[in-house]
Design a binder for this molecule. Structure first.
Ligand SMILES: NC(=O)c1ccc[n+]([C@@H]2O[C@H](COP(=O)([O-])OP(=O)(O)OC[C@H]3O[C@@H](n4cnc5c(N)ncnc54)[C@H](O)[C@@H]3O)[C@@H](O)[C@H]2O)c1
Length: 334
């Protein structure tokens, strides 16, 4: 049976990918330096190699020891803001990490890779529904590191690499409170934390050219995203390809729609405090998802209510006030 090395498998998304791969009967070994990950997210029955992808020898040893034939590479630093302040750290971890991984794979003849990219490679798109051929204009060191990673992976075709790069849109929700996103500079964790702390959430800009004036984004439930990795792993295992695929829902929700769903699910007043626009926030970014359907046979299953409810549960734990309530059709944004 084919074995997979999952880098970053102790992280928020990686721990979901790990579970989805195992549920699909794939054999997985995790490699993670635990810099932002948590070993507790890796079940005891899954081998965990605690090492950085920058440590080429350690990666190579893991590939050989566990007879790995394919890699799903998620290990990276992911904060846009942090990448602005500390760009060299991001280039080292995210770009040199890919170089190190590809070198280790090449040295031992592992030629199948699923690479974790981001919609950040598009920057501010000119169209609302962004397809994979849209101009690539990342606006942060983080986005640029992800794009350089795509280029590295694409150029490794010369080494016989079969690859799929997945461009994730806004990843939210969780399958289990223990697997939640604790990093939290994104809208969902920020809103949930504000409500849990009895504060009002913040809305940056209500004068965008959208139907309700707030920004529109494509939110994707992390469980759906995890399933996309399984489909991509199966594709690179069965054929030789170099593909780049958007992973989103294919529909957008405005920030006000999200807050309305949050209010309905949590039973709390999610009326926001309105602040001016933040520089650099595009009005609307939504994925065109036709390629994911055609190539991977995958599409998102979870709606906004699931994303909100699972995020809230993860934060609120046993707080009875946080239990989900019936959602009135008028109150929910779907
Ligand atoms: N969360 C999002 O919304 C989002 C959106 C687009 C793309 N991504 C990408 O998804 C991937 C996973 O992100 P996440 O949200 O799960 O973040 P996370 O910080 O929870 O997970 C990253 C994992 O990688 C590990 N790691 C980091 N650097 C490493 C290194 N050099 N060697 C080995 N392990 C290392 C960390 O310990 C952690 O377990 C990243 O590549 C990120 O760029 C995330």
């Amino acid at each position: 049976m084919m074995s997979w090395l999952l880098t970053g498998g102790a992280g928020y998304i990686g721990s979901h990918v790990l579970r989805a791969m195992r549920a699909d009967s794939l054999d997985v070994v995790v490699l993670d330096d635990l810099s932002t990950g948590d070993a507790g997210r890796v079940p005891a029955t899954v081998p965990l190699v605690t090492a950085s992808v920058l440590d080429r020898d350690a990666v190579q040893r893991a590939l050989v020891e566990y007879e790995i034939s394919g890699v799903v590479h998620l290990a990276a630093k992911k904060s846009v803001g942090e990448s602005m302040c500390n760009p060299l750290h991001y280039y080292r971890e995210n770009v040199l990490g890919v170089v190190s991984l590809l070198a280790a794979m090449n040295a031992v003849g592992v030629r199948r890779l699923v690479y974790s990219s981001s919609a950040a490679v598009y920057g501010t798109p000119a169209t609302d529904a962004v397809d994979e051929t849209a101009p690539l204009q990342p606006e942060s060191p983080y986005g640029r590191t992800k794009l350089i990673g795509e280029w590295l992976v694409g150029d490794a075709v010369a080494l016989g690499l079969s690859s799929v790069s997945l461009r994730y849109f806004n990843v939210v929700g969780c399958a289990d409170p223990g697997l939640a996103d604790v990093g939290g500079t994104n809208l969902f964790p920020l809103v949930m934390r504000a409500l849990a702390g009895g504060e009002r959430p913040t809305l940056f800009g209500e004068d965008y050219p959208t139907h309700d004036g707030s920004c529109i984004r494509d939110y994707i439930h992390v469980q759906d995203l995890a399933e996309a990795h399984v489909a991509a792993a199966r594709l690179v295992a069965s054929t030789t390809c170099q593909e780049t695929v958007n992973i989103g829902c294919g529909r957008g929700h405005s920030v006000l729609e999200v807050l309305s769903a949050v209010g309905a699910v949590t039973g709390r007043d999610a009326t926001p405090e309105i602040l001016p626009r933040r520089p650099g926030d595009p009005a609307a970014v939504v994925a065109a998802v036709g390629k994911a359907r055609r190539l991977l046979g995958w599409q998102a299953q979870h709606g906004l209510d699931d994303m909100v409810a699972s995020s809230w549960h993860a934060l609120a734990g046993d707080d009875p006030l946080a239990r989900p309530q019936a959602i009135s059709p008028a109150g929910a944004a779907r």
